[in-house]
Design a protein around this ligand. Structure first.
Ligand SMILES: [Cu+2]
Length: 232
C-alpha cells in the first residue's frame, strides 16, 4: 500500500486555483471576447460587419481544421493557427477603433433598424415626430406635441443616440408616477425609430416620458379637435 504526499502548494493549486480561479478566468475571457466582438460589430458599417463576421468565421474554421489535421503541431503550424484565428479579430478591432472610415454622424445610425410600428399608415396630419438628437444629451428635442383629437394618432420616436430610450404616453404625469397604464408606448431601443400609436377620442392633455430617464425626458401631448399634428 503506497501513499502519496502532497506538498502544500499542490493542495492550494488543486483546491483553489483549479475549481475556482480557472472557471472565473475562463468566464472573464469569454466576457472580454464577447464585448470585443460586440464593439467590432457595432462600430463598423453593416456591410463591414458582415464581411468581418465571414472572415472571422473562415479564420476560425481554418485554424480549427489546421489544428485538427495534425497529431502534433510544430511551431510554424501553431503560429499559423494563431494568425488565422486572431488576425481577422485584430483587423476588425482596428477598423472599429478608427470608425472604419465612417464619420461620426452616420456612425450613430449604423445598424439602426426600424423597431416596430411606423406611423406611415396614419392619415395625413395625424402623426408627429419626436427625436433624441445625436448631440442632445438625455432629453427629447421636442417637448410639446399637438395631435388631432379623433382617430388614429401617433408619435414617431427617432432615437439617434447609442443610448437606450423609449417613449411612453400617459394620461398625466401623476398617472405615470402612480404606475398607471400607458396609453401607448414604444419599445426601449437605441439608434432607431419606432412609433407609439393609439386612437384618440376627444380633446385631452396627455403626457409623454422616457421611462429610462424620467427626470429629464418628458413632454406634453395636446389632443385638439381639427388640429394638424406638430411637435415643437
Ligand atoms: Cu431616455
Amino acid at each position: 500500500m503506497s501513499t502519496t504526499t502532497k506538498s502544500p502548494s499542490d493542495t492550494t493549486h488543486n483546491r483553489i486555483v483549479m475549481p475556482i480561479l480557472m472557471p472565473l478566468g475562463i468566464l472573464a475571457a469569454i466576457a472580454g471576447f464577447v464585448g470585443l466582438f460586440a464593439f467590432i460589430m457595432l462600430y463598423n458599417t453593416r456591410l463591414g460587419a458582415v464581411a468581418l463576421a465571414s472572415v472571422m468565421a473562415s479564420g476560425i474554421l481554418a485554424a480549427m481544421s489546421l489544428a485538427a489535421s495534425a497529431d502534433t503541431l510544430g511551431p510554424r503550424q501553431k503560429a499559423g493557427v494563431a494568425i488565422a484565428g486572431l488576425a481577422p479579430i485584430l483587423f476588425g478591432f482596428g477598423l472599429a477603433v478608427t470608425g472604419g472610415g465612417v464619420d461620426d454622424e452616420s456612425l450613430v445610425n449604423i445598424n439602426a433598424q426600424p423597431h416596430g410600428p411606423s406611423f406611415d399608415g396614419l392619415p395625413a396630419g395625424h402623426g408627429a415626430t419626436v427625436t433624441a438628437g445625436a448631440d442632445s444629451g438625455l432629453e427629447f428635442d421636442q417637448t410639446t406635441v399637438t395631435l388631432p383629437a379623433q382617430g388614429e394618432v401617433g408619435i414617431n420616436f427617432v432615437n439617434q443616440q447609442a443610448v437606450t430610450h423609449n417613449l411612453f404616453v400617459y394620461a398625466s404625469a401623476a398617472d405615470f408616477d402612480a404606475n398607471g397604464t400607458p396609453i401607448a408606448f414604444t419599445s426601449t431601443f437605441q439608434a432607431g425609430q419606432e412609433a407609439a400609436l393609439w386612437t384618440a377620442a376627444g380633446e385631452a392633455d396627455l403626457f409623454f416620458i422616457c421611462t429610462i430617464h424620467p427626470s429629464t425626458m418628458r413632454g406634453t401631448v395636446a389632443l385638439v379637435e381639427g388640429a394638424e399634428a406638430s411637435a415643437a
